[in-house]
Design a protein around this ligand. Structure first.
Ligand code: SF4
Length: 180
């Protein structure tokens, strides 16, 4: 499985300009307390997005689901900013990353049985999450929760798999993961 995942990751690096690292899922230090940060609702998605806490599910169940997989392919992509206050640049980078993550997810679904796909921030597959209207998820097959919603500390994960969490002045870096 590891060789297969490495080949897959190399193709992603070539086609999506991402950096990647691979580690056994058993080495990921899951941290249920991370969800407390989500509960502060700084982003406004708490309880308003099917892929964000608390709607995404109980943390223990999510961690158990992640631990059913053997390896994690972690990828990141670095985007330039005009300066460290370039909020528009950060949002543009995030949108580009989410688009790339959807393309990567599609390839992962074709390559592996039941991959667990985790991204950066709340799911934005729909223009407005159906949770805001009190309706069921409009596209469960394409919905993507974040690494943090599964209790994964991204900075720790990055160092464990040999990726840099911070990539220099005037840049922003986003992370995603594929657990197989
Ligand atoms: S697919 Fe649409 S409805 Fe489902 S979680 Fe994502 S944004 Fe919400």
């Amino acid at each position: 499985m590891r060789n297969e995942l490495t080949s897959f990751a190399q193709s992603l690096a070539a086609d999506f300009s991402v950096n990647f690292g691979i580690l056994p899922v058993e080495q990921i230090p899951f941290c249920p307390e991370l969800r407390q940060a989500c509960a502060k609702n700084v982003c406004g998605n708490y309880g308003k997005n099917w892929m964000c806490p608390p709607l995404v599910g109980e943390i223990d169940a999510l961690i158990a689901r992640a631990k059913q997989r053997e390896y994690a392919l972690v990828y990141n992509k670095v985007f330039p900013l005009e300066d460290s206050f370039d909020f528009e640049g950060m949002m543009a980078g995030q949108q580009q990353f989410k688009q790339d993550a959807r393309g990567i997810a599609s390839r992962a679904r074709a390559a592996f049985p039941a991959p667990l796909l985790l991204g950066a921030g709340g799911c934005e597959y729909c223009q407005e999450c159906a949770a805001r209207r009190g309706e069921p998820c409009a596209s469960p097959a394409n919905a993507m929760p974040s690494l943090e919603s599964y209790g994964i500390q991204v900075s720790t994960l990055a160092s464990l798999c040999g990726l840099r969490y911070v990539n220099g002045q005037n840049t922003v870096t986003y992370f995603g993961g594929i657990l197989v």
